[in-house]
Design a protein around this ligand. Sequence first.
Ligand code: NAD
Length: 292
Amino acid sequence: MAERLTGHTELVGLIAYPIRHSSSPAMHNEAFAYLGLDYAYLAFEVDNSTLEDAVKGIRALKLVGSNVSMPNKTVVGQYLDKLSPAAELVGAVNTIVNKNGVLEGHCTDGIGYMQSLKDYDIDVIGKKITVVGAGGAGTAIEIQAALDGVAEISIFNIKDKFWANAENTVKKINEKTNCKAQLFDLADHEALKREIDSSVLLANATGCGMKPLEGMTWLPDKSYLRPDLIVTDTVYAPAETEFLRIAKEVGCKHMNGFGMMLFQGAAAFKLWTNVDMPIEHMKEVLGIHYGD
Ligand code: NAD
């Protein structure tokens, strides 16, 4: 480390709270070291109360950029100079890029999800998909899928505090993209069956399957799936949720959230360094498996 870090080393940050558990520093620092790039990635405990100062610090200290996580993703945009179309539509920023003092906000979560599909030979462009969830992950996936050319998205959510956000997402997709989006109550099982039947892919973008909802799924039973349906989960801990266990049992091609996590990082890495993250090396080092 003493040899690697010099007076020339460029810094990339991660501003969130809590953040000490994050796997992003290990991922990015491994990629920098593997490629011999003179960058370092550090996590900083920043919440909304110190966010504005932290962004000023990015400018003042000339950081290359930063990742942004909760609770700052939906708040940081107001302190930046520009937003990417996805960040603007999602209403969240997970990556800041410092271009000579001009701070750009990007949202690479949806990019990561779409890229992970490509990496797993799944093509949804021009087709219909069903996504369950309308929080941070769901919105990023739905907006990016629409921007990338998915033809139709049926969004399901429970009637909780995220319902209004789901309505807003559907409105934005229908107004700002060529994709047709519709919203349904997850309690409407008839609609759920019908929309899954006419989709090529079904995605879980809720916290179901992960602590504190580990072991549970909103899927009523396995009759809702069919072997040629592609099934994905944003959850990666555990690597196999109850939802993916059922998909596997039915014989569906399935993928967990590791791909989205890896490729959202790869997209940010490319924005900061203009170099591709060494994906196959990262999969090996991080022990990443998407499906079977
Ligand atoms: P969020 O809190 O913003 O949204 C939670 C979503 O889950 C909402 O749509 C909510 O309505 C839904 N939900 C909550 N309880 C539910 C229940 N009992 N039944 C049905 N739906 C329920 O969270 P988020 O940031 O969108 O994260 C959602 C999941 O995606 C988490 O498991 C998170 O770990 C995962 N995630 C993965 C990645 C990745 O890179 N793979 C990135 C972000 C999030």
